[in-house]
Design a protein around this ligand. Structure first.
Ligand code: ASP
Length: 418
């Protein structure tokens, strides 16, 4: 990642003289490698989520336990998102980014209609599971897999046979994931280089206030909220963050929580010791509906746009933003830039011009990378807490610095190789 930043920024700063090399190397070769890498990750998401949830539910075996895990997980995801918003809005209100911003001329933004929230709920139930799988409709896949896993526990001998097949499939698919993950260093380098080569850093100057408030809020949320979540679970935040670092790097490079699912799932299971019965459910659900980082961006962006347009937000507006952005995060797709689509809905609720989004769109990619890293970190923290309360977390693995996922280099091996 660091090498990618250095190479990318060099290309972006040198500009014209390096253009021919840029065309062939960055826009050609590295762009292709980066896109192939993301495709490989995405390729694993649907089979992995389906099979691991089926196995998880089949091993849990009891609908009551599943309901309990579901309620706790959903509650914690919503609560952490609301806390993220309160934190972001407070900081944005104090710093007040966008005050005195020069709104030169008309800005144009073509907003896309966000899906109504009732649709998000109704859409959780797949009329056609094959289509859900083909289209990667995560909530529909989760629902179908839960029902399938539950039916397996209730179908006697036939259920046991099918359950055994799914369990074997799970092992094979995890092996595929570990093979894909071996290509990560090259994939991450390619993605980061192409992004930084295309991102002119000069875009940041007028928006530095906004970007800094978003970045600081993200950092505070990780340091305060997730630390509190882990302390509640009586787990070491340092051990957690050390092991989540690779997952966050992945999320940062791909800007997609969804593409990161294979690594998040592998890490919480193999490195943090969370049982599959909890992780298989909480991780894909979290990647789909839990977006604390996205909510933070939306909170800060709302205050920033209000300041630019000289609109005074009152307490009721802030509460509306907390409520709407928390709910909006459920409907935000876990792919790059999806947070901006939902921002349109948040702005609409407090009567701010949607065109304001045009002001921040130029630097959104980098902030998207940062907030996606926080999104997946939140999924991991809540997963650990839920697992701990369900007695589904193996402390020895959590505390073992050498616990690694298949396909990753052991830290000890890496340092002795240097
Ligand atoms: N890229 C984010 C994610 O996948 C969503 C967003 O904020 O745009 O988690």
């Amino acid at each position: 990642m660091a090498a990618g930043i250095v190479v990318g920024v060099t290309f972006s700063m040198v500009g014209a003289p390096l253009q021919p090399v840029n065309d062939v190397l960055v826009d050609g070769l590295l762009d292709a490698i980066g896109r192939i890498f993301v495709a490989l990750l995405q390729m694993m998401v649907v089979p992995l989520v389906l099979v691991s949830i089926v196995c998880g539910v089949a091993s849990l075996g009891d609908l009551r336990a599943l309901g309990r895990v579901g309620v706790k997980t959903l509650g914690l995801y919503l609560l952490t998102t609301a806390i993220a918003l309160v934190l972001a809005l407070t900081l944005a209100r104090v710093v007040s980014p966008g005050q005195g911003f020069d709104l030169a001329g008309e800005v144009a933004y073509q907003s896309q209609p966000p899906p109504p929230l009732t649709e998000v709920f109704v859409n959780m139930f797949p009329a056609n599971p094959v289509r859900a799988l083909a289209e990667g409709q995560m909530l529909q896949i989760i629902f179908f897999a839960l029902l399938l896993g539950f039916a397996i526990t209730r179908a006697g001998e036939a259920g046991r046979r099918i359950g055994a097949i799914f369990s074997d499939l799970n092992a094979v698919i995890m092996k595929m994931v570990s093979l894909v993950i071996r290509t990560a260093p090259l994939g991450v380098f390619a993605l980061i280089t192409t992004t930084f080569a295309a991102q002119g850093l000069e875009l940041f100057r007028p928006l530095a206030g906004y970007a800094i408030v978003v970045a600081v809020s993200l950092l505070l949320h990780v340091c305060l909220t997730y630390t509190a979540v882990l302390r509640l679970a009586r787990l070491s935040p340092i051990a957690f963050l050390t092991k989540m670092r690779a997952v966050m790097t992945f999320a940062f490079s791909t800007a997609s929580s969804s593409a990161t699912i294979p690594l998040t799932l592998g890490t919480v299971k193999k490195r943090l010791g969370v049982g599959n019965s909890v992780a298989s459910f909480t991780v894909p659900l979290g990647a789909t509906i839990n977006m604390d980082g996205t909510a933070i961006m939306q909170g800060v962006a709302t205050v920033f746009i209000a300041n630019v347009y000289g609109v005074d937000l009152v307490l009721a507006d802030y509460l509306t933003v907390v409520l709407i952005a928390t709910l909006a995060s459920i409907g935000t797709a876990a792919v790059p830039s999806a947070g901006l689509i939902m921002l349109a809905m948040v702005l609409g609720q407090v009567d701010l011009p949607v065109e304001g989004i045009a002001l921040i769109i130029g630097i959104d990619r980098l902030l998207d990378m940062m907030r996606t890293a926080v999104n997946v970190c939140g999924d991991g923290a809540v997963t650990c807490l839920v697992a701990r309360t369900e007695r589904a977390l193996d402390l020895a693995t959590f505390n073992d610095p050498d616990a690694v996922m298949d396909g990753m280099v052991r830290p000890a091996a890496a340092s002795s190789a240097q």
